[in-house]
Design a protein around this ligand. Structure first.
Ligand SMILES: Cc1cc2nc3c(=O)[nH]c(=O)nc-3n(C[C@H](O)[C@H](O)[C@H](O)COP(=O)(O)OP(=O)(O)OC[C@H]3O[C@@H](n4cnc5c(N)ncnc54)[C@H](O)[C@@H]3O)c2cc1C
Length: 292
């Protein structure tokens, strides 16, 4: 069914790195929901695989002693949805995971594959930006940590060096505790559809004002993006209609939507402006109940 030319299974992340270094043409296979589709469609570069699906160290979702939420790259969307610690610490990631495809894909597709695949429509990409996550990578030179904002470098491109494996998505305590957040996926159908636009927001309140604001979009530009102009328009203001109107105006500076068969650039911009105000308002409402 699949024309796999070379297949090796890694037992650990370090072994996966070694196999990728030995054979630079090889590629990781996690859940396979992107890789195997491309392989079947005969895209070049998908028939030489290092399987990391069973690497146990990539799977745990844990709260570290310093309060960092660590989500293993091999955690599936279902693992994320069912994790009490993610539900408690980063509910917008649960919303993102729940918006992906159907149960079969969610049971095998991983957060690591979703990010490393580099798709601008990846449902976890905008939440990871809004949470200011750090991506922990293991390569031949050892471990390094990259801000999520530096990971997507172009359409379908990410900042993985040759031989590198994503170990985990880390969300430090200060970037999640005391924040309210939301993820909304706008798609043309209610079920089993890729995002036309994905929007994630996180807000921290102090004395009734939006002390800090993060807004991020998927499919609003060639890569998933944070929105510095819209964030600046909201920062320091009360979460009221005037502030959200300013956000809707400013966000135009942050995005560069394109026309595709799914939607025109004009329609996407309309959705972006609508969601920017709406999702930020809900994040601010949720921040009211959040304790720092
Ligand atoms: C029917 C269908 C519906 C879908 N719907 C959605 C949707 O609604 N939203 C959405 O966002 N996506 C969707 N997808 C895409 C896909 O399911 C996701 O992107 C998924 O998260 C990919 O994860 P995976 O574990 O299957 O990755 P794989 O296919 O195994 O790998 C994807 C890429 O990431 C690399 N990779 C994987 N893990 C690592 C790692 N730890 N370190 C380094 N590189 C790694 C692989 O080498 C490969 O290049 C859909 C796919 C299908 C088939």
């Amino acid at each position: 069914m699949f024309d796999i030319r070379k297949y090796r299974q890694a037992a650990t992340a370090a072994e996966a790195v070694r196999l990728l270094v030995e054979d630079p043409a090889a590629r990781c296979l996690a859940g396979g929901t992107d890789v195997l589709v491309r392989l079947r469609e005969l895209h070049p570069g998908y028939d030489n695989l290092v399987d990391i699906h069973n690497v146990a160290e990539l799977k745990p979702i844990v709260l570290l002693p310093d309060g960092t939420l660590r989500i293993g790259a091999g955690a599936t969307f279902t693992d994320i949805m069912e994790s009490p610690v993610v539900r408690e610490c980063a509910p917008l990631l649960v919303e993102a995971a729940a918006s992906v495809a159907g149960p079969q894909i969610r049971n095998v597709g991983t957060i690591g594959g979703n990010l490393c695949n580099g798709a601008v429509s990846a449902d976890t990409a905008a939440p990871v930006l809004a949470l200011n996550a750090r991506l922990r990578l293991l390569g031949p030179g050892g471990e390094r940590c990259l801000p999520a904002a530096e990971f997507h470098t172009g359409p379908g491109k990410v900042a993985l060096h040759p031989g590198e494996v994503l170990l985990s998505v880390d969300i430090p305590k200060d970037d999640r505790q005391g924040w309210g957040g939301q993820y909304v996926k706008y798609a043309m159908r209610e079920a089993m559809d890729i995002a036309t636009i994905g929007c994630a927001a996180a807000v921290r309140l102090r004395d009734g004002r939006m002390e800090d604001v993060r807004l991020a979009f998927a499919v609003a530009a060639p890569t998933p993006v944070r929105c510095p102009a819209a964030e600046a328009a909201a920062r320091g203001r009360s979460p009221d209609e005037a502030a959200f109107l300013a956000v809707r105006k400013a966000v135009v500076e942050d995005v560069k939507p394109r026309t595709s068969w799914r939607a025109t650039a004009e329609f996407r911009l309309h959705i972006i402006r609508t969601l920017a105000g709406r999702v930020l308002a809900e994040a601010a409402r949720r921040a009211e109940g959040a304790r720092a």
